[in-house]
Design a protein around this ligand. Sequence first.
Ligand code: PMP
Length: 340
Amino acid sequence: MSIRTGIVDAVGNTPLIELRGPSEITGCRILGKAEFLNPGQSVKDRAALFIIKDAIARGTLRPGGTIVEGTAGNTGIGLALVGNALGFRSVIVIPETQSQEKKDMLRLAGAELVEVPAVPYANPNNYVKVSGRLAEQLAATNPNGAIWANQFDNVANRQAHIETTGPEIWEQTGGRVDGFICAVGTGGTLAGTGIALKERNPGVTIGLADPMGAALFSYYTTGELKSSGTSITEGIGQGRITENLKGAPIDVAFQIPDEEALPVCFDLLENEGLCLGGSSGVNVAGAVRLARQLGPGHTVVTVLCDYGTRYQSKMYNPEFLRSRNLPVPGWLERTPSVRA
Ligand code: PMP
């Protein structure tokens, strides 16, 4: 446990936690990479750091410069915190549908927040496209310049997982890993970790856990980008093949409805003390499906993407769950029985 040089040095090297319940029901060893323990409480700190380091190395991000990004929140939090540590400002464009907790955290981190209506990628007012235009404007007018982080198509994102997440999992398991699975937002985590693991052992099965409303399950099973259904999960669910996803070594794909993913989160919190966001539920549910496919005795690794307090007003709020016709766990409704 060495002393770290600032938060930048504290990104990554997260623990791999054995998940008791999911392991017991499958007869496999299901391990979760505890990315919620990063300084910004999500897996996206890794991508944020690599994107910033890459832009500095290229000379596009200069002292006092501004980082502009369109994000569901977590990448923005990573960029803002790393930006603070290294002397950059951040301007974050976020769809207004994302959780209040993430918006509050972005403001707390000093990011300038631009909220836009949630519209599909094809619409020129989509948050990603708005952030790209804003970056161009700021680059032209800011004396210290500005960059567009462009997490979806900037492969410095997946490079973070090729160089850190994948090798960490390999070392932590001593190479005893049979499967890796996670959901896709940009695709950086799945493609990067998948590439790194396949490089070390081509026999590792790489799986996609896709939420409802995304088009990738259909793409990897039929070749057609087609979406159906909806999901309350945030930060995942992609409708196109991003640059980060291109060539991802995906062997199997599963579609995970919220009705399957959310109880996984509720159980992990109630029984194992793990407080996680909805994408982690999709990932662990996907790991259970992959473990069942591989059979007992295998080791399957997945990603615990972010911390659950980020969604207290949504997936951990009985009223919100009821409004979406989603299951409410008993303990969430319970009133305290012990009073001082
Ligand atoms: N889970 C959460 C909570 C996220 O914010 C993101 C990133 N948008 C992901 C999963 C997906 O990660 P990636 O962008 O590497 O595909």
